[in-house]
Design a protein around this ligand. Structure first.
Ligand code: 5AD
Ligand code: FES
Length: 356
């Protein structure tokens, strides 16, 4: 019997603002609460999602992104289906039960069909869950990928402020993005979204609204990470809105966990770029329950830099796979060896008679 548990009510805006406004001296208490909530709702297991950045070709010109169309300094690549399959076949052995197929947003009939065929092959030839992250598409394309076996989709809304969104994205609106998320949910795909922390012009109010939007969208997964100005983009000369207080990145993460107890929350790579060597570990202790090791073949990693300071650009996938397991064990956590999909309400907290 599944014990039914009502979802905790969404916090009020005032509550979220109060968490975000926690004075520096009291932040360790906030982190502890977030860690407790994570333990209660997600357990001690950290699930790995190996990310394969299979193409950096992009038709969009988002002002913050290193692989934007206008950045001529980027050497463009696309990894073949065979090469993707080669990595995919090794991933379960590394404890990576999900493959995340990420690329720039480059819609094309041929490319979208090819991706469908790749998803189908991964589902036939491996036990992995398949997450796709390639940007906005019409519902029909998502529906096709779903038929091919796509389990999950990641598409960040980046900021909940429509005016700020418009300034940063010449190619789409916030409403378009939200429409995509709705289509995906409707098609039975597990949906992940999220935002960047500290976009220029962002305030504490924006941050609170971002967190509340995650809860309102009832996301299965929420990925957030610091905005890092990339020198070859129009925002290269800007600073992160929280540059004077980078601990705010973790405060935002902890507040997100308190607001969204059951969401899968990755310790994103950008935390390591902001806090080299320890950002992702700290994130796992302050609310996160998922780690996304880079499983892109080594020669391509340098050409997929959305932001500067990306770690592991010279490592082979097998190296990151081992390193990650050490990092997680070092934190006293275990590896989640099931598929680690969405934790839904109603569900009993792990170890309390519920299913997880
Ligand atoms: N700094 C931090 N994160 C970035 N992303 C893209 N560019 C940057 C940057 N300069 C994030 C976006 C995107 C995700 C794949 O990477 O949030 O959704
Ligand atoms: Fe890549 Fe540690 S995660 S080397």
């Amino acid at each position: 019997m599944t014990r039914l548990v009502a979802p905790p009510p969404s916090p009020t805006r005032a509550e979220v603002l109060a968490w975000l406004d926690t004075p520096a001296a009291e932040r360790s208490g906030l982190y502890r609460r977030a860690d407790d909530v994570r333990r209660r709702w997600c357990g001690e297991a950290v699930h790995l999602r190996g990310i394969v950045e299979f193409s950096n070709v992009c038709a969009n010109d988002c002002l913050y992104c290193g692989i934007r169309r206008s950045n001529r300094a980027v050497r463009r690549y696309r990894i073949s289906a065979d090469e993707i399959l080669e990595v995919a076949r090794r991933m379960a052995g590394w404890g990576q039960m999900t493959i995340v197929l990420q690329a720039g947003e480059a819609p094309s009939e041929v490319g979208d069909r090819e991706l469908g065929a790749t998803i189908r092959r991964i589902k036939q030839e491996t036990p992995l869950a398949v997450t796709v992250s390639v940007g906005n598409r019409p519902r029909e394309v998502y529906a096709h990928w779903r038929e091919c076996g796509m389990d999950r989709y990641l598409l960040r809304f980046e900021t909940s402020d429509p005016a700020l969104f418009a300034r940063l994205h010449p190619d789409c609106t916030l409403a378009d993005r939200l429409r995509c998320l709705e289509d995906l949910r409707d098609l039975g795909v597990e949906v992940g979204s999220g935002f960047m922390i500290g976009l220029p012009g962002e305030t504490l109010d924006t941050l609170a609204d971002n967190i509340l939007l995650c809860r309102r969208l009832d996301l299965d997964m929420v990925g957030i990470g610091p905005f890092l100005p990339h020198p070859d983009t129009p925002l290269g000369g800007e600073r992160n809105a929280w540059a004077k207080d980078p601990e705010m990145f973790f405060v935002a993460l902890a507040a997100l966990r308190l607001a969204h107890p059951r969401a899968r929350i990755p310790a994103t790579t950008a935390f390591d770029a902001a806090f080299p060597g320890r950002g992702r570990d700290l994130a796992l202790q302050r609310g996160a329950d998922v780690f996304m090791p880079n499983s892109t073949p080594a020669p391509r990693r340098r050409d997929y830099q959305l932001y500067p300071g990306k770690p592991c650009v010279d490592e082979e996938p097998g190296h990151c796979a081992e390193c990650v397991v050490f990092r997680i064990r070092g934190l006293g956590r275990t590896l989640g060896l099931d598929l680690g999909g969405a934790l839904r309400y109603p569900v009993g907290p792990p170890g309390n008679g519920g299913i997880s």
